[in-house]
Design a protein around this ligand. Structure first.
Ligand code: ADP
Length: 271
């Protein structure tokens, strides 16, 4: 005979599964932004994609499950990420009329605190963010996961059926083995791959307009072809992108900038 503690846990899990299914049924497209390495611009792209889609009139949710290094709050310019914990649900932060966001930073007492969690706790908090957040009906949910193929992207892939992977890389040859790992991860988990974006692909001098391929360029496109996945486009290095993220003003809002235009054409392919 099983002890009642375990029965209780099982019941909670069953209830949570129901809520997850219910919540996900109200979200049309789920996009998990993945990368093999950190620092390649995954969070920058996740946030700007969410903002771009929201500005186009879609209802968008942005879920930051980069539990050890949440960058979404900084890029959106939301300090401390005040989540309203109601009785039965968590209210996301309304960034704009069409964009709701949730970050794990909202669970930290101090934004400089480090999360020291083992796998089951990470899985639990991600499940809770899907089950208990009052997302409402959405056209898109964009999920920013940590780099690699650990607990967080694995939980996203397993708990969000139908989630599509958007893989971000930089053009260096060393990044390509990480792209292969991400692709294999998706294939193993039957996760459809939306495509690959090459970020930091060359630097266009703001003075003379000459392009210098600091980290090479074009490697991502060749790798995508070889792996049979779609290449969605290349975003150059632009100091303005970094500056706007640091300021908490997503660069895609400055629609006149060259990078915002390039980003728009990449996002339109996703649409
Ligand atoms: P990741 O989520 O992959 O760790 P981030 O999105 O946090 O990476 O980006 C890492 C740093 O690089 C940030 O300071 C960001 O502003 C900057 N960055 C990202 N993409 C670009 C780009 N195309 N041009 C200039 N800076 C960029």
């Amino acid at each position: 005979m099983e002890c009642s503690g375990n029965q209780n846990k099982d019941e909670i899990r069953v209830q949570q599964n129901k809520k997850i299914i219910e919540n996900l049924s109200r979200i049309k497209r789920k996009i998990a932004v993945l990368s093999g390495k950190g620092g390649v611009g995954k969070s920058t792209i996740a946030v700007n994609l969410a903002v771009y889609l929201a500005e186009k009139g879609f209802k968008v949710g942005l879920l930051d499950v980069d539990l050890h290094g949440p960058s979404v709050p900084t890029i959106l310019g939301i300090k401390g990420f005040p989540l309203d914990m109601g009785n039965n649900s968590i209210m996301p932060v309304n960034y704009s009329e069409n964009l709701k966001a949730v970050s794990v930073e909202g669970l930290l007492k101090d934004t400089d605190d480090a999360l020291i969690w083992r796998g089951p706790m990470k899985i639990g908090v991600i499940r809770q963010f899907i089950a208990d957040v009052d997302w409402g009906p959405l056209d898109f949910i964009i999920i920013d996961s940590p780099p690699g193929t650990g607990d967080e992207p694995l939980t996203v892939a397993q708990e969000i059926p139908g989630a599509e992977a958007l893989i971000i890389t930089t053009p260096q040859e060393v990044s390509m083995s990480d792209v292969r790992k991400s692709v294999n991860f998706c294939k193993t988990l039957d996760m459809p791959i939306l495509g690959l974006i090459e970020n930091m692909s060359g630097f266009v001098c703001p003075g003379c307009g000459k392009k210098t391929d600091i980290f090479k360029s074009g490697t991502g496109e060749a790798a995508a072809k070889k792996m049979g996945i779609k290449f969605l486009g290349a975003l150059p290095i632009e100091p303005g992108i970094m500056g706007s993220s640091d300021k908490g003003a997503p660069f895609v809002k400055e629609s006149a900038s060259e990078s915002a235009k390039i980003f728009g054409s990449i996002a339109d392919k996703i649409l």
